[in-house]
Design a protein around this ligand. Sequence first.
Ligand SMILES: Nc1nc2c(ncn2[C@@H]2O[C@H](COP(=O)(O)OP(=O)(O)OP(=O)(O)O)[C@@H](O)[C@H]2O)c(=O)[nH]1
Ligand SMILES: [Mg+2]
Length: 217
Amino acid sequence: MAFPLVPIAVAVVAAGVGLGTSAWFLRRKLSGKQVAILGRQEVGKSTLLYMLRDNRLPDNTTRTTDPIPGGEFEMDLGSRRRARFCVPKDLPGHAAPTWKLWEEAFNGADVVFYLFRSDKLVDDEVGETTLVKEHLNMLVEWDSAVATRKSRRVLLIGTWADQSELYGADPAGYIERVKDLPVLQAPSVKLRANVLSGSLASNGDAKKLIKAMKGYL
Ligand SMILES: Nc1nc2c(ncn2[C@@H]2O[C@H](COP(=O)(O)OP(=O)(O)OP(=O)(O)O)[C@@H](O)[C@H]2O)c(=O)[nH]1
Ligand SMILES: [Mg+2]
């Protein structure tokens, strides 16, 4: 009697695919969600990474001129949800030469934190608004590229709020003002992104900002 070779071959391939798929799921579960932290120089990328990873601000920071290893952190997201995150690299923020690195990090990320100087945008600083517009246009372009399309959670995070008088006088009003900034409107819709703001100037402020971030993850 001839062996039913075709069904056996199909079963072997199916089992192989099944094993491969579950190994892939397991690997992803163990390594956690990939995070990209992007934004201009001195906006607080390394500071935020340090805070997330070590739960306290760094004693000092130096300019990140080349990518350096990032780190991993866990977050309690409430409702008994605990998630593990991995930031593969702490990236530099300086202009054009960095964008290729940003693009790679963006494409590989499940979660993107784009940081901007909220104080300068609230003060209508033209140079800063132009820069953020340019960055967000790039993010929108990368996000819509068919070849690397995936579902990403994007947070637009305004830092340096402590430098604004308005924040000191009316923090809730400031946060609303940042959400309504015209430069963020179209990109936040296209990126399905949430906008939040606060400060990384002190441990207390940074913890408050991270708590707000958790609400969107
Ligand atoms: N006042 C204030 N200072 C901040 C805030 N966030 C970061 N800083 C300070 O800004 C400086 C630069 O912070 P970094 O975290 O190194 O900035 P970065 O985005 O990693 O900068 P590059 O590595 O140059 O791209 C540090 O002295 C931080 O303490 C903030 O929200 N408020
Ligand atoms: Mg840095």
